[in-house]
Design a protein around this ligand. Structure first.
Ligand code: NAG
Length: 246
């Protein structure tokens, strides 16, 4: 069991609740759904699906960065036995996301989003030193982590808070994140200065990807949470509750 310390910075994303500026409306690419309509769930899902391409292109007005690719400054993983730092990260593939489910449960104050991507590629520069289980790892260079056919499941509860004359949605810290991946491809370039041991170690890591991914679990969950929360916060910190729905 790893206890990982993860430092995670995404350029342009902020999960801070900024003080309310002028209350905004939903952007034109998102449809407001009628709260008590029988097709409320279907409306929310189709609105999210239709709006996704615009969200992915970034929207400064709502603090949404461009996702082609998403730039991540660094992910710093420190465990008892291994230090792994990945910097200058380009995360590719979120623009191909297919939203499978998006539910806003107005009675129980819950939001849930499930999405699938054909492929997520994480490319960056790594520095690594230590041991993974009993395997020694040391090197620095280019890293390529590619997740094939990942499914992501994110749900969180929220409360309404008053700011000025308006109620705003605020996400609770507690959330439920899981994912399912068909395959993880890993390549640490220049491992052990790129010698033969580096090659066989990369081969071993790829063969053992299922146990590797267990070890990367906290990092992957933090990543999903940061991205999902940041996108949702982009809108809900600027749009009062009464403007989110009809
Ligand atoms: C990263 O790995 C994937 C999967 O093997 C591959 O398709 C892709 O070309 C690689 N990208 C780079 C920049 O090495």
């Amino acid at each position: 069991m790893w206890t990982a310390l993860i430092v995670f910075f995404v350029f342009g994303l902020t999960s801070k609740i900024v003080s309310a500026s002028e209350p905004k409306n939903l952007p034109s690419y998102l449809t407001a759904c009628k709260k008590d309509a029988p097709d409320f769930d279907a409306c929310c899902l189709s609105s999210a699906r239709a709006g996704l391409p615009s969200i992915i292109n970034g929207d400064k007005e709502y603090n949404i960065p461009n996702f082609k690719p998403l730039k991540v400054e660094k992910v710093d993983i420190k465990t008892g036995t291994l230090n792994l730092l990945i910097e200058d990260i380009n995360l590719w593939g979120l623009d191909e996301a297919d939203i499978k489910d998006f539910k806003v449960d107005l009675k129980n104050n819950k939001v849930k989003i499930d999405f699938h991507c054909p492929m997520i590629k994480i490319l960056g520069k790594y520095q690594m030193d230590g041991k993974l289980n009993l395997l020694a790892l040391k090197g620095n260079g280019d890293v390529n982590l590619t997740l094939e056919e990942p499914d992501f499941f994110f749900s969180t509860s929220y409360k309404l808070i008053k700011k000025g004359d308006y109620d705003y949605v605020q996400l609770e810290d507690e959330n439920d994140i899981s994912y399912d991946i068909q395959h993880l491809y890993l390549n640490f370039g220049n491992l052990f200065n790129g010698n033969e041991l580096g090659k066989t170690t990369n081969e071993f890591l790829n063969k053992e990807w299922k146990s590797i991914i267990e070890d990367l679990n906290p990092t992957i969950k933090t990543t999903i949470k940061t991205i999902a929360v940041s996108i949702i916060n982009g809108f809900i910190t600027k749009i009062p509750y009464q403007n989110l729905f009809l």
